[in-house]
Design a protein around this ligand. Sequence first.
Ligand code: ZN
Length: 318
Amino acid sequence: MKKKRIWDRMFIAFVVMSSILALTACGGTSSKAGENEETGKLKITTTTGMIADAAKEVGGEHVEVTGLMGPGVDPHLYKASQGDIKKLEQADLILYNGLHLEGKMSDILLNLGKSKTVTQVTKDIPESELLMVPYGDKEEADPHVWFDVTKWIQVTDTIRDSLTQADPEHAKDYNDQADAYIAKLQDLHEEVSERITSIPKASRVLVTAHDAFGYFGQAYDIEVLGLQGISTSAEYGVNDVSELRDFLVDNQIKAVFVESSISPKAMEAIVAGAKEKGHTVTIGGQLYSDAMGQEGTEEGTYIGMVKHNTKVIVDALK
Ligand SMILES: [Zn+2]
C-alpha cells in the first residue's frame, strides 16, 4: 500500500511539473505584433521577384523577404503550392501586384486578407494612368506596370507606406531607404528613355511573345506588338502568327524578342515564316518580362533586368 502512495505522489508531481513547463513554453512564444519571433524582423512574402526586390531595398535590415515566383516563372499561370501557402500564412505582410497578374492566386490572397495585411502594390497608381486592354470578352487594366519605371516609383512609395504601417518603429529608415532607391529609379528612367529614343523611329518596333511591354512602349516611345494577349493563359491562333509574320515582312522589322518566362516556340515559327517570304528576321535576344533573372546576377534585380532589356532591344534594332 505504501509503495502505491509514493507512486501516486510522484505522478501528481509529474503532472504539476509538466503543466508548469507547458505554461512557460507558451509564454516564450509570444512576441511583439508585426515582428518575427526568432529574428525580430518583419516577415514579408511577395508574389513576383520585382516586388521582393523593391521590398528588400526599402526594408533593408529590418525585413526578411521571401518572393514566391523565381526566375523564369510565369505569374499569369502560377498556382500556389502547399509550401507557398505556408510562406504566405507565416508572413507579417503580403505584397502582390494585382490587376489580375496573379490570376490563379486571387482566391488565396483574398482569403488571407481576412486575417492579415495583404497589400496590392499597384493600388495607388491613378486609374487614368492604367492602360486598358482586352481581357477575355471585356477590358481590364494591363498589370505589367513595372516596365514604366515612373510607375514602379509609385509602387515603391506604396511599399514604403505599407512597411511603415506594419512596423512604425522603423519609419525613418523605410523613408530614407525608399528615397535612395527612388533616386536610382529616376536615373534608370532617364537612361532607358535616352537609349530607346536613340533607335531610329522607323525601327522602333518591339515584337514580343506576349503583350507585357505596353507600358514600356508608352513611356519610352516604341511601338509594341505581342503575339499573345496580355495574359499568357490565352492561346494564340494561326491568324495571329501569320498576321505578325506579314507585319514583319511589310515593315522590314529586323528582330523579334523571346521572353524568359515563355516558351520561344511561337517566335521561332514566326521567324521561319518570314524567312519563307524572303525576309530575314533574327531573334534579337531574350527579354525579362514577367520574371527577373537568376538571384545573384545583375538581371536578378529590377534595375538590372530593365537595363538588360534596354541593351538587348537597342543592340538588335539600332
Ligand atoms: Zn505578362
